[in-house]
Ligand binder design. Sequence first.
Ligand SMILES: Nc1ncnc2c1ncn2[C@@H]1O[C@H](COP(=O)(O)OP(=O)(O)O)[C@@H](O)[C@H]1O
Ligand SMILES: N[C@@H](CCC(=O)OP(=O)(O)O)C(=O)O
Length: 386
Amino acid sequence: MNLQTLVVKIGTSSLTQNSTGNLAIATIAALVETLTALRHQGHRVILVSSGAVGVGCARLGLKERPRTIALKQAVAAVGQGRLMRVYDDLFTTLQQPIAQVLLTRSDLVQRSRYVNAYNTFQELLRLGVIPIVNENDTVAIEELKFGDNDTLSAMVASLVEAEWLFLMTDVDRLYSADPRSNPDAQPITLVQHLDELRQLQVETGGSGSNWGTGGMMTKIEAARIATSAGVRTVITSSQSPRNLEKILQGEAIGTHFAPQKSTSNARKRWLANAVIPSGKLYLDEGAVRAICQGGKSLLAAGILEVFGEFEPSDAVQLCDRSGREIARGLVNYSSDELDRIRGRKSDEIPEILGYIVADTVIHRDNLVLSGSSSDAPELNNTDPLH
Ligand SMILES: Nc1ncnc2c1ncn2[C@@H]1O[C@H](COP(=O)(O)OP(=O)(O)O)[C@@H](O)[C@H]1O
Ligand SMILES: N[C@@H](CCC(=O)OP(=O)(O)O)C(=O)O
């Protein structure tokens, strides 16, 4: 059998009972059995588990999700420990070692911490451990949060170069609208490209339970991140974890999102998926063409407008005249400097600024196309991860 890296995400609505918020023990036990079986078959398995806030609420007798950030962070601290205790008891029964990995967005934004997280996951997987990942809710600050575990799981799948991301939830697949409120909603089984969902006018609604967050919206965003990193993504029911094995054997269960051609360059994957842009550059048609079709670096001459405040080495979005993002990259100049040199030739930079940092505003090595990063010509791979 083809041994693969699998990231499995399970949401609060599946881990807890909607009416009481208590743990759904049977679901968790079935999941633990399945993941252990997949491990024994030789697959490398990572579980991204929500539930800290939900379990914390149940433990403290709170009847709804906390609304203030401080309360949510406190409740998550109560719930995370209990959740891990349950997982450890069940996995230990099957002699399967696990590890707790708590991440915040800032752990992936900074390149050195991203590489460090990558190395830690590789060691855990090499040791045969199933890492159980959650957002570090207790310390995550608003601007540096994943905010939902669908996004977190997609970023983890991209980080570890997984073959599969399974988003296990309380519906069996994606529908054209929320099946709870629309009995006529049509099931969607295969999405070759996310543009199809726009054409089908899929409604993503809110969460189906009192405890889940984001509903289908965050799952589709997760599918976008994962598939653009080359990870096949499946939305499937948490009620039948054994289905994961059937899906791996080729059965068409759930909604499948086909992987897109992705860059093999790990640094570019980090740039495309993990960094948070601090600004935006609007480019003229010539610059858009040079970047999208020619695989060229960005020069100051092609920049029309500069938005946001940023420093050299920060990430920015590159947009065409209409504001559509075409690429992301790490700048050689600050926003103040770019405001002064935009639209000007590179040989004019020393005269305008009194110095020159680089001929390019963004070198092609630090640039990745949005959507299908693979369109950019591949470069020599000098990345420490490869
Ligand atoms: N188009 C759709 N197709 C399927 N489910 C949808 C759709 N739009 C909204 N939903 C709702 O999304 C819910 C799952 O999201 P959520 O409660 O956030 O789950 P989780 O806790 O697993 O992340 C479903 O119960 C369903 O009611
Ligand atoms: N980190 C949070 C999970 C937030 C979240 O995304 O929840 P869900 O939509 O149920 O996957 C927790 O453990 O409660």
